[in-house]
Design a protein around this ligand. Structure first.
Ligand SMILES: Nc1ncnc2c1ncn2[C@@H]1O[C@H](COP(=O)(O)OP(=O)(O)O)[C@@H](O)[C@H]1O
Ligand SMILES: [Mg+2]
Length: 231
């Protein structure tokens, strides 16, 4: 279980995240909605050890991770799929997947197999350079790379960004399949309709704060959510 409590994060004088609380229970798929600049990515980057929060606590199964550097957060079982994917363009698909193997070890063939089963397109393109993949394939690769660390908590920042609707469907089918297998997932999305169709619980962020939270059914009927995100 991931528990974020009273988390605040800043960029100089900009208070990007202001005292938020959220929880992702083991095996659940939790979504954070919010428009551009709401503080979603800063929240995820803080959770993943890429941005040092000003205050608050972040714990994974009771262990505090908020002051750990990125590689130690990964070791403790949390993997971030960053906004904009960040695959290594000159390396092949398979080399990108191998990057996550802990120092000096080869990629676990069973895990590699699992990623290729989840994303058959990656298997077809395993020797192609990542920079030559489509946006959707790069997103699949970024998710696959995170899965190679065998995360107990998978954190995704706007996986649908910039993708054609048919590709968004493919990526979300994979997210749903992972959730069905029991993978715990924290997902940030601007596409509220699709996010609320797959999640167990959702939060809405605005100007660095959580303004509404609830089950997807409740959120779909919340007037604020309807007006801002589902109209
Ligand atoms: N690297 C940065 N330097 C300065 N300000 C930033 C930086 N990243 C984000 N911000 C600011 O922090 C706020 C929240 O940004 P962000 O977390 O990226 O929002 P979201 O992911 O919801 O679009 C915004 O006001 C944004 O301008
Ligand atoms: Mg963002």
């Amino acid at each position: 279980m991931l528990t974020v409590s009273k988390l605040s994060a800043s960029y100089g004088a900009i208070q990007a995240v202001r005292g938020i609380d959220l929880q992702v229970k083991a095996g659940s798929l939790c979504v954070v909605l919010g428009s551009n600049g709401a503080g979603k990515s800063t929240t995820l980057r803080s959770i993943a050890g890429l941005h040092r929060p000003v205050s608050g606590s972040i714990s994974l199964d009771g262990a505090e991770i908020s002051r750990l550097p990125l590689h130690k957060v990964v070791r403790s079982g949390l993997a971030l799929v960053p906004e904009g994917r960040m695959v290594v363009a000159p390396l092949t698909v398979e080399e990108n997947l191998g990057l996550s193997a802990f120092a000096g070890r080869n990629a676990d063939p069973e895990l590699l197999d699992k990623v290729y089963t989840l994303f058959p397109r990656l298997a077809e393109r395993r020797l192609q350079k990542a920079g030559l993949l489509s946006g959707g394939e790069q997103q699949m690769l970024a998710i696959g790379r995170a899965l190679m660390t065998r995360p107990q908590m998978l954190v995704l920042d706007e996986p649908s960004m910039g993708l054609a609707p048919s590709i968004v469907d493919l990526v979300f089918q994979a997210i749903v399949a992972l959730h069905r297998e029991g993978q715990s997932i924290l997902l940030v999305e601007q596409n509220a309709a699709i996010a609320l169709s797959v999640c167990d619980y959702g939060y809405v962020m605005r100007r660095g704060q959580i303004v509404v939270e609830g089950t997807p059914d409740a959120l779909k009927q919340n007037p604020e959510v309807l007006e801002a995100y589902l109209s």
